[in-house]
Design a protein around this ligand. Structure first.
Ligand code: TXA
Ligand code: MG
Length: 330
């Protein structure tokens, strides 16, 4: 059931559902989450079951304030403090050493925990209402079935989990791709997942160089968002340079069928067969991130068999979008 997140009574109802161990579709500025009380093992188990996600893949725990971090993290290095001060509330998740007694199931048994304070007003309102009832953290992975495209509006969540799930409608997500994840347990900041907050932003905020996970001797824990194939629609996704899709369309001639194209330029009329669905790819990375998952879902809903996507520029601001596209195409 979808209810408006802008109605305070509904926010209370949602917080009560969470505190009673139920699941909730929760809007955030990045993507919608499938939320549960992070300290309630039974409730957390429901998330893994509903998503079909392996229970050793850790979930992100959402908090209302930086202060609530100490309920879950046993230590906060200086550079993590600086990142929180700069980017919270916002689309940044920090991996910190976990208090042994806190949120073990949500952390997938890791001795670390991923924490994030979202900026979406509805998410913050729910988290504050939960904290007032003694529930300090809300675990929420993206509200999609394991391996599928993340949801960026309430209707997407309903299409994944059906009408039985209570979903707070907070409108379309502003950012559109999941939070940037920085591992803060290794003495230096390690970028585990790129997002809207770029490398340069992070390095400037904490005065340290970001390290990439490949350069570390010990492996980071296995995590859904970092699997090679993820965010995948049913159709086959191919990344192609503009010249490549243009050539390929010429080769197909008028016989394009069940084909979708997301590109900056609209194909000229002679290249557009009747079976081609086209959507404009924005030239701004932020706007493209905002549109990305909705476009993939839209193409899928049209029943296309192939999705061609123009390879985005190889610049830092496009890193989050490139990362999701590479996994969708894998
Ligand atoms: O934007 C977001 O982060 C969204 C919204 C709902 O907040 N949430 C999200 O959650 O993307 P999820 O479960 O789809 O991604 C969680 C990822 C894991 O796949 C993993 O990469 C990382 O967070 N993670 C969480 N806890 C971790 C830990 N203790 N150690 C390493 N990675 C962790
Ligand atoms: Mg996800």
């Amino acid at each position: 059931m979808i209810i408006s997140g802008h109605n305070p009574t509904n926010v209370q109802q949602a917080a009560e559902a969470l505190c009673a161990g139920q699941l909730l579709g929760l809007p955030t500025e990045t993507v919608y989450g499938l939320a549960a009380d992070a300290s309630n093992e039974t409730a957390v188990a429901k998330i893994f079951e509903a998503k079909g996600r392996p229970s050793n893949h850790p979930l992100i725990v959402h908090v209302a304030t930086p202060e609530a971090v100490t309920k879950f993290a046993s230590a906060i290095p200086n550079f993590a403090q600086q990142l929180m001060a700069q980017f919270w509330p916002g689309p940044l998740t920090l991996i910190l050493p976990r208090r042994p007694e806190a949120a073990a199931a949500a952390a997938g048994g890791q001795n670390s925990v991923g924490l994030r304070c979202p900026s979406h007003p509805v998410a913050l309102a729910v988290l504050k209402a939960c904290a007032a009832k003694g529930v300090w953290g809300v675990a929420a992975p993206s509200a999609n079935l394991f391996g599928r495209v993340s949801p960026t509006c309430a209707a997407h969540v309903q299409s994944e989990f059906g009408d039985a799930l209570l979903i707070l409608d907070g409108g379309e997500c502003d950012v559109g791709i999941e939070s940037t994840i920085v591992d803060c347990t290794r003495g230096v900041p390690v970028l585990l997942r790129p997002g809207q907050i770029s490398r340069t932003h992070i390095e400037q905020a904490c005065g340290l160089k970001l390290v990439s996970p490949e350069s570390l001797s010990t492996e980071a824990p296995r995590a859904s968002g970092t699997l090679e194939s993820h965010y995948a629609p049913s159709a086959k996704v191919r990344l192609m340079r503009a010249e490549e899709w243009q050539k390929a369309l010429i080769a197909l001639g008028p016989h394009t069928q069940n084909l979708a194209l997301w590109s900056v330029e609209k194909p000229t009329e002679d290249l557009r067969g009747a079976g081609l669905f086209w959507r404009a790819m924005p030239t701004s990375a932020a706007q493209a991130a905002h549109d990305l998952f909705g476009v993939l879902r839209d193409f899928d809903a049209r029943g296309v068999r192939s999705i061609w996507i123009e390879t985005p520029p190889n610049t830092q601001e496009w890193e989050g979008v490139r990362d999701r596209l590479n996994r969708a195409a894998a």
